[in-house]
Design a protein around this ligand. Structure first.
Ligand code: AHR
Length: 486
């Protein structure tokens, strides 16, 4: 069958928020200690931040990073992690059954973000923490008046406020695994009161509600209650998901695109319905503030998942879904950034870029600001309970300033290269187009310290003049094509 992709610059889906390329760092395993922060390492600067990690992460251009958890935050006391290091005390971390030394805390995290060129996004403890602690944290970070907490921050060496814009209230409160797990009613109530006082401290902050992570049947009720009780206090409804291929069934794994579509559409639909029903002043956005592939490495392994090529394809499928839902989804945070289910894996001597690093880098660097409603047709496959799925999965964007189109294409065939014609409804390509392909020898290929470049990105040029161009899409690959339009 002939494969083709149609692009019409007049058919747009929404503005793409840069925050779709966010990250997440948790006090867990070697994400902070041994990943981001390793004082004394020859690879670290005087501030203790790993320079090689900073360099790798800069390539991902993450606009914001969520911190300090995750499950960890539901037992965290932010005061433990500020002030002179010699006075900081270690605490038991019940979420991950470890000991938290507290030598890295709020100010180190903000310094790290500034160095990286990213915005800090803090999650407050709505597990065993109270609203006083949450609002005090906002005041410590953002306060400008002459109060005890602002003086405390200044005495710690931070004269200027941190201006932390994004604040999440709790983490995965719907999960029984969470310290301070809450019923829908308990969380809606807690969110309302936390949000109210945090906004009173700093009316400019954006608030995220922990709407759904378990996808248990009560998620609709949870989201409804939250929006009924706290609608105007919610800037984002945050959802989480992790996926994997335990069954070792490639087709089923590739068909997860349908699950991403269903989850995003359902969450957007519910938010729209509640916004209308409650007459809210504005519609909260969706934030997928934890997402990734995660199914192999548990707590014992410090969640040090080693990714292969098929995982990189599934990461690209998730990003395609976010781009196609750009109108409703305004934030997404790859979980996590270093070592723990992450695109970067460190050792004391260096680091490896995992397979999933490569599509993320391409998408983040080449995506435009407007999502285009690309349509495509061609070969199909059956996977899981789905039949007739298109082998290609496609998203597209436009950068109106440079008049450049970007196409994001996953070829989900394990063995078949596909020739696809890309047709413009109007205008013409001003080639040559730039094509970047993420691929490797087979879908199980992984990047390790022994073989760090089994999967990587290759660049090429494609002739592109007039109304159409022809792409040769390699089996099991992610291709990002950019081209000027005239
Ligand atoms: O990212 C790892 C863990 O996954 C986080 O701590 C938690 O929020 C989720 O269950």
């Amino acid at each position: 069958m002939q494969n083709s992709i149609q692009i019409d610059l007049d058919r747009t889906l929404g503005t793409i928020d840069r925050n779709l390329f966010g990250g997440f760092a948790e006090h867990l395993g070697r994400c902070i200690y041994g990943g981001v922060y390793e004082p004394g390492s020859p690879l670290a600067g005087e501030d203790g931040f790993r320079r090689d990690v900073l360099d790798a992460l800069r390539r991902l251009r993450m606009p914001l990073i969520r911190y300090p958890g995750g499950n960890f935050v539901s037992g965290y006391r932010w005061r433990d992690g500020v002030g002179p290091k010699e006075e900081r005390q270690a605490r038991a971390d019940l979420a991950w059954n470890s000991t938290e030394p507290n030598t890295f805390g709020t100010n180190e995290f903000v310094d790290f973000c500034r160095k990286l060129g990213t915005e800090p996004y803090l999650a407050v403890n709505c597990g065993d923490g109270d609203m006083r602690e949450a609002r005090d944290w906002v005041e410590y970070c953002n306060g400008t008046q002459d109060t005890a907490l602002v003086k405390l921050r200044k005495s710690h060496g931070y004269e200027a406020p941190h201006q932390v814009k994004y604040w999440g209230i709790g983490n995965e409160v719907d999960g029984h695994w969470q310290i301070g797990h809450k019923t829908p009613q308990e969380y809606a109530r807690a969110y309302t009161e936390f949000g109210k006082v945090m906004r009173w401290v700093d009316p400019s902050i954006k608030l995220l509600a922990s709407a759904n992570s378990s996808w248990a049947p009560d998620w609709v009720e949870r989201a409804q209650l939250l929006m009924e009780q706290a609608g105007d206090l919610i800037d984002y409804m945050a959802i989480h998901w992790y996926v994997g291929n335990r069954e070792k069934d490639f087709a089923r794994y590739m068909a997860l695109s349908e699950e991403f579509e269903a989850r995003l559409s359902a969450t957007e639909g519910l938010i729209k319905a509640m916004t209308l029903a409650r007459g809210l002043k504005r519609r909260p956005a969706v934030a997928v503030d934890e997402w990734n592939v995660w199914y192999r490495a548990g707590g014992e392994e410090g969640l040090e998942e080693v990714y292969n090529l098929e995982d990189a394809l599934v990461v690209a499928l998730q990003m395609n879904a976010f781009l196609r839902h750009a109108d409703g989804v305004k934030m997404a945070n790859l979980a996590q950034i270093v070592n723990v289910i992450a695109p970067v894996m460190t050792s004391p001597q260096g680091l490896v870029l995992q397979t999933i690093f490569h599509p993320f880098e391409l998408y983040s660097q080449r995506c435009g600001t407007v999502s285009l409603d690309a349509s495509w047709k061609g070969d199909t496959f059956d996977g899981g309970s789905h039949t007739g799925l298109r082998v290609l999965d496609v998203a597209a964007s436009l950068n109106p300033e440079t008049q450049e189109v970007a196409l994001f294409i996953v070829n989900r065939s394990k063995g078949q290269g596909i020739e696809a014609e890309v047709k413009l409804a109007e205008g013409s390509f001003r080639g040559p187009a730039k094509a970047a392909v993420v691929n490797g020898p087979d879908v199980e290929a992984a990047n390790t310290f022994e073989a760090p470049e089994a999967v990587g990105t290759r660049e090429s040029e494609v002739a592109a003049e007039g109304r159409s161009l022809v792409l040769q899409l390699e089996p099991h690959s992610v291709t990002v094509v950019t081209c000027g339009i005239g």
